[in-house]
Design a protein around this ligand. Structure first.
Ligand code: SAH
Length: 215
Protein backbone atom coordinates (compact mmCIF):
# COMPACT_ATOMS: atom_id res chain seq x y z
CA UNK A 1 0.00 0.00 0.00
CA UNK A 2 1.18 3.49 -0.76
CA UNK A 3 1.34 5.47 2.44
CA UNK A 4 0.25 8.95 1.39
CA UNK A 5 -2.05 10.62 3.89
CA UNK A 6 -3.96 13.90 4.09
CA UNK A 7 -1.25 15.11 6.43
CA UNK A 8 1.34 14.57 3.69
CA UNK A 9 -0.93 16.33 1.20
CA UNK A 10 -1.29 19.28 3.55
CA UNK A 11 2.47 19.53 3.94
CA UNK A 12 2.85 19.42 0.15
CA UNK A 13 0.45 22.33 -0.25
CA UNK A 14 2.63 24.34 2.11
CA UNK A 15 5.72 23.33 0.13
CA UNK A 16 4.05 24.48 -3.10
CA UNK A 17 3.26 27.85 -1.46
CA UNK A 18 6.93 28.14 -0.44
CA UNK A 19 8.36 27.49 -3.90
CA UNK A 20 5.72 29.74 -5.48
CA UNK A 21 6.86 32.52 -3.14
CA UNK A 22 10.44 31.87 -4.32
CA UNK A 23 9.35 32.53 -7.92
CA UNK A 24 8.17 29.27 -9.52
CA UNK A 25 5.24 30.07 -11.84
CA UNK A 26 4.67 27.09 -14.13
CA UNK A 27 1.30 25.66 -13.07
CA UNK A 28 2.09 22.18 -14.37
CA UNK A 29 5.31 22.06 -12.37
CA UNK A 30 3.52 23.26 -9.23
CA UNK A 31 0.82 20.65 -9.77
CA UNK A 32 3.45 17.91 -10.09
CA UNK A 33 5.08 18.96 -6.81
CA UNK A 34 1.70 19.06 -5.08
CA UNK A 35 0.83 15.55 -6.32
CA UNK A 36 4.08 13.61 -5.88
CA UNK A 37 4.62 11.96 -2.48
CA UNK A 38 8.23 13.11 -1.98
CA UNK A 39 8.42 11.29 1.37
CA UNK A 40 8.26 7.96 -0.47
CA UNK A 41 11.46 8.81 -2.39
CA UNK A 42 13.45 9.27 0.81
CA UNK A 43 14.93 6.96 3.42
CA UNK A 44 12.38 6.36 6.14
CA UNK A 45 14.60 8.02 8.77
CA UNK A 46 14.14 11.36 7.02
CA UNK A 47 10.47 11.08 6.32
CA UNK A 48 9.57 13.95 8.67
CA UNK A 49 11.73 16.30 6.63
CA UNK A 50 10.34 15.39 3.24
CA UNK A 51 8.29 18.55 2.82
CA UNK A 52 10.93 21.02 3.86
CA UNK A 53 12.40 22.85 0.90
CA UNK A 54 15.79 21.17 1.39
CA UNK A 55 17.99 18.49 -0.15
CA UNK A 56 18.38 15.26 1.83
CA UNK A 57 20.69 12.23 1.90
CA UNK A 58 19.49 9.24 -0.16
CA UNK A 59 22.47 6.90 0.34
CA UNK A 60 25.67 6.36 -1.68
CA UNK A 61 26.73 9.89 -0.59
CA UNK A 62 24.05 11.43 -2.80
CA UNK A 63 21.06 13.68 -2.15
CA UNK A 64 17.53 14.18 -3.37
CA UNK A 65 17.53 17.72 -4.77
CA UNK A 66 15.76 20.60 -3.04
CA UNK A 67 12.17 20.90 -4.35
CA UNK A 68 12.73 24.53 -5.40
CA UNK A 69 15.74 23.45 -7.47
CA UNK A 70 13.78 20.59 -9.07
CA UNK A 71 10.99 23.05 -9.92
CA UNK A 72 13.44 25.67 -11.22
CA UNK A 73 15.22 23.24 -13.53
CA UNK A 74 11.96 21.71 -14.75
CA UNK A 75 10.51 25.15 -15.48
CA UNK A 76 13.58 25.99 -17.58
CA UNK A 77 13.24 22.74 -19.50
CA UNK A 78 9.69 23.69 -20.70
CA UNK A 79 8.52 20.13 -21.15
CA UNK A 80 5.62 19.44 -23.52
CA UNK A 81 3.70 16.14 -23.40
CA UNK A 82 5.35 13.17 -25.18
CA UNK A 83 8.69 14.91 -25.52
CA UNK A 84 11.80 12.79 -25.14
CA UNK A 85 13.74 13.94 -22.11
CA UNK A 86 17.14 12.67 -20.99
CA UNK A 87 17.88 13.00 -17.29
CA UNK A 88 21.43 12.63 -15.96
CA UNK A 89 21.45 11.58 -12.29
CA UNK A 90 18.33 9.49 -11.55
CA UNK A 91 19.17 9.45 -7.84
CA UNK A 92 15.99 8.96 -5.80
CA UNK A 93 13.79 9.18 -8.91
CA UNK A 94 11.95 12.26 -7.63
CA UNK A 95 12.91 14.45 -10.60
CA UNK A 96 12.06 11.52 -12.88
CA UNK A 97 8.57 11.45 -11.33
CA UNK A 98 8.16 15.19 -11.93
CA UNK A 99 9.04 14.70 -15.61
CA UNK A 100 6.62 11.76 -15.84
CA UNK A 101 3.89 13.92 -14.31
CA UNK A 102 4.40 16.30 -17.24
CA UNK A 103 3.85 13.32 -19.56
CA UNK A 104 7.40 13.29 -20.85
CA UNK A 105 9.04 10.16 -22.21
CA UNK A 106 11.89 9.89 -19.72
CA UNK A 107 15.31 8.33 -20.27
CA UNK A 108 17.41 8.55 -17.12
CA UNK A 109 20.99 7.57 -16.30
CA UNK A 110 22.53 6.94 -12.86
CA UNK A 111 26.18 6.06 -12.13
CA UNK A 112 25.65 4.68 -8.58
CA UNK A 113 24.60 1.07 -8.85
CA UNK A 114 22.87 0.97 -5.46
CA UNK A 115 20.65 3.93 -6.37
CA UNK A 116 20.00 2.64 -9.88
CA UNK A 117 18.71 -0.69 -8.52
CA UNK A 118 16.65 0.85 -5.73
CA UNK A 119 15.01 3.51 -7.90
CA UNK A 120 14.31 1.13 -10.78
CA UNK A 121 12.17 -0.87 -8.35
CA UNK A 122 10.56 2.11 -6.67
CA UNK A 123 9.33 4.17 -9.65
CA UNK A 124 6.85 1.66 -11.13
CA UNK A 125 5.55 0.90 -7.62
CA UNK A 126 4.60 4.55 -7.30
CA UNK A 127 3.11 4.66 -10.79
CA UNK A 128 5.88 6.64 -12.51
CA UNK A 129 7.18 4.46 -15.32
CA UNK A 130 10.15 5.91 -17.18
CA UNK A 131 10.77 4.85 -20.77
CA UNK A 132 14.30 3.63 -19.90
CA UNK A 133 16.68 3.70 -16.95
CA UNK A 134 20.37 3.06 -17.35
CA UNK A 135 23.29 2.37 -15.05
CA UNK A 136 26.16 4.25 -16.64
CA UNK A 137 28.02 7.49 -17.19
CA UNK A 138 25.88 10.48 -18.11
CA UNK A 139 28.90 12.34 -19.54
CA UNK A 140 28.32 10.25 -22.64
CA UNK A 141 24.59 10.97 -22.90
CA UNK A 142 22.57 8.16 -24.49
CA UNK A 143 23.40 8.14 -28.22
CA UNK A 144 21.20 5.13 -28.92
CA UNK A 145 18.03 7.11 -28.16
CA UNK A 146 19.16 10.58 -29.27
CA UNK A 147 18.12 13.17 -30.28
CA UNK A 148 16.26 14.51 -27.24
CA UNK A 149 13.85 17.43 -26.89
CA UNK A 150 15.39 18.17 -23.55
CA UNK A 151 18.32 17.15 -21.37
CA UNK A 152 18.41 17.84 -17.63
CA UNK A 153 21.53 17.29 -15.54
CA UNK A 154 20.91 17.00 -11.80
CA UNK A 155 24.56 16.95 -10.65
CA UNK A 156 27.11 19.79 -10.75
CA UNK A 157 29.05 19.57 -14.01
CA UNK A 158 32.58 21.05 -14.14
CA UNK A 159 31.95 21.79 -17.84
CA UNK A 160 29.25 21.14 -20.44
CA UNK A 161 29.81 17.65 -21.91
CA UNK A 162 29.87 17.81 -25.73
CA UNK A 163 27.79 14.63 -26.23
CA UNK A 164 24.88 16.27 -24.40
CA UNK A 165 24.93 19.16 -26.89
CA UNK A 166 25.27 16.79 -29.83
CA UNK A 167 22.25 14.76 -28.68
CA UNK A 168 19.86 17.75 -28.55
CA UNK A 169 17.26 18.25 -31.27
CA UNK A 170 17.25 21.60 -33.04
CA UNK A 171 15.11 23.72 -30.70
CA UNK A 172 15.97 21.38 -27.83
CA UNK A 173 16.94 22.60 -24.37
CA UNK A 174 19.75 21.52 -22.04
CA UNK A 175 19.46 22.53 -18.38
CA UNK A 176 22.73 22.01 -16.52
CA UNK A 177 24.34 23.42 -13.37
CA UNK A 178 27.91 24.30 -14.35
CA UNK A 179 30.78 24.77 -11.89
CA UNK A 180 32.87 23.13 -9.21
CA UNK A 181 32.23 24.40 -5.64
CA UNK A 182 29.00 26.14 -6.66
CA UNK A 183 27.27 25.96 -10.00
CA UNK A 184 25.62 28.48 -12.30
CA UNK A 185 22.29 27.17 -13.56
CA UNK A 186 22.72 27.20 -17.33
CA UNK A 187 20.20 26.80 -20.13
CA UNK A 188 21.46 25.97 -23.60
CA UNK A 189 19.02 26.16 -26.52
CA UNK A 190 20.06 24.51 -29.76
CA UNK A 191 19.25 26.98 -32.52
CA UNK A 192 20.85 25.15 -35.42
CA UNK A 193 23.25 22.40 -36.27
CA UNK A 194 26.21 24.33 -34.87
CA UNK A 195 24.39 27.18 -33.17
CA UNK A 196 23.72 27.20 -29.43
CA UNK A 197 22.30 29.98 -27.28
CA UNK A 198 23.33 30.23 -23.64
CA UNK A 199 21.41 31.73 -20.70
CA UNK A 200 22.55 31.81 -17.06
CA UNK A 201 20.35 31.87 -13.96
CA UNK A 202 22.36 32.29 -10.76
CA UNK A 203 24.08 30.05 -8.27
CA UNK A 204 23.05 26.64 -6.99
CA UNK A 205 24.84 23.86 -5.15
CA UNK A 206 24.76 20.24 -6.34
CA UNK A 207 26.64 17.03 -5.63
CA UNK A 208 29.34 16.66 -8.30
CA UNK A 209 28.84 15.06 -11.70
CA UNK A 210 31.48 12.32 -11.67
CA UNK A 211 33.06 10.34 -14.50
CA UNK A 212 32.49 6.65 -15.26
CA UNK A 213 30.09 4.52 -13.30
CA UNK A 214 30.65 3.68 -9.64
CA UNK A 215 30.48 0.09 -8.43
N1 SAH B 1 17.51 13.78 -9.65
C1 SAH B 1 17.97 13.25 -8.40
C2 SAH B 1 19.18 14.02 -7.92
C3 SAH B 1 20.16 13.13 -7.28
S1 SAH B 1 21.71 13.91 -6.91
C4 SAH B 1 16.87 13.27 -7.37
O1 SAH B 1 15.93 14.05 -7.52
O2 SAH B 1 16.96 12.52 -6.40
C5 SAH B 1 22.59 13.68 -8.41
C6 SAH B 1 22.73 12.27 -8.91
O3 SAH B 1 23.56 12.31 -10.05
C7 SAH B 1 23.38 11.30 -7.92
O4 SAH B 1 22.54 10.21 -7.74
C8 SAH B 1 24.68 10.92 -8.61
O5 SAH B 1 25.10 9.60 -8.35
C9 SAH B 1 24.34 11.13 -10.06
N2 SAH B 1 25.47 11.33 -10.97
C10 SAH B 1 26.62 12.04 -10.74
N3 SAH B 1 27.42 11.98 -11.83
C11 SAH B 1 26.77 11.23 -12.76
C12 SAH B 1 27.09 10.78 -14.09
N4 SAH B 1 28.24 11.10 -14.69
N5 SAH B 1 26.19 10.01 -14.74
C13 SAH B 1 25.02 9.64 -14.15
N6 SAH B 1 24.68 10.04 -12.90
C14 SAH B 1 25.53 10.81 -12.22
Amino acid sequence: MINDTNKHKGLRNQLVATIKAKGIKDENVLKAISNIPRHLFMDSSFIDFAYQDKPFPIGADQTISQPYTVAFQTELLQVAPHQKILEIGTGSGYQTAVLKSLNAEVYSIERQHELFVKTKKLLPKLGYVPKKLSYGDGYLGWPEFAPFDGVIVTAGAPYIPKPLLAQLKIGGRLVIPVGNETQVMTLIIRKGDKEFEKHEFGDFRFVPMLKDSAK
